[in-house]
Write a protein that binds this ligand. Structure first.
Ligand code: SF4
Ligand code: SF4
Length: 186
């Protein structure tokens, strides 16, 4: 008879994150400095320190379905304050990718759409083309005319442009995206 190994999968979530990001959530001592310094913590359903705790507890679904990972602005304030030197912003980024890949970002469709379109714009042009971003996002949200009245005003003030400004080193940016896919094993 097979004896159940209670530790068999108990660290699976933490280990997956470690493999993908190089960050070990088990180092977290729950000091709360990340939560205390996060400018968006008040809006989050799980505070950054709670995300780390849930990772330690192998609560994969709870973490990958929370709004926190999509609200995180990657400002890295938490990372700079962490006494254990955990790159929390990197973990958040990894969690976003995992949530998409595992189909658990369904409650955050608008944020996921924005994330995808934003990154695609950078991949193509080397920087964001704001007008293209807004148009594609509006189409994805099925609100093609949303804020359309602001377009002429912003064009007139030079805040957005009709054509994308492409950077010279676009091949370098594309290579970064290619390396990222390889890193994530895609
Ligand atoms: S990187 Fe994200 S979690 Fe960390 S302080 Fe900034 S917004 Fe908060
Ligand atoms: S600052 Fe670092 S050690 Fe403290 S709770 Fe946040 S992740 Fe854990």
């Amino acid at each position: 008879m097979k004896i159940l190994d209670r530790n068999e999968d108990v660290h699976q979530f933490r280990d997956d994150i470690l493999t993908l990001s190089g960050e070990d959530a088990s180092s977290c001592v729950q000091c709360g400095k990340c939560t205390g310094s996060c400018p968006i913590a008040l809006e989050m359903d799980l505070k950054p320190s709670q995300v780390l705790r849930h990772i330690q507890l192998n609560s994969r679904k709870t973490v990958l379905e929370c709004s926190t990972i999509w609200l995180c602005a990657s400002c890295e304030t938490c990372s700079s304050r962490c006494p254990e030197k955990i790159e929390i912003a990197t973990i958040m980024d990894t969690l976003r990718k995992m949530a998409i890949e595992e189909g658990l970002a369904t409650g955050q469709k608008q944020v996921v759409d924005f994330d995808r379109i934003f990154l695609d714009s950078i991949k193509r042009h080397g920087r964001v083309h704001e007008l293209g971003l807004v148009m594609r996002y509006n189409m994805a949200s099925r609100e093609p005319l949303k804020d359309v009245h602001l377009g002429p005003l912003m064009l007139g003030k030079g805040k957005i442009s009709l054509l994308a400004h492409k950077i010279r080193e676009r091949t370098t940016v594309k290579e970064i995206f290619r390396q990222s896919r390889r890193f994530l094993g895609k």
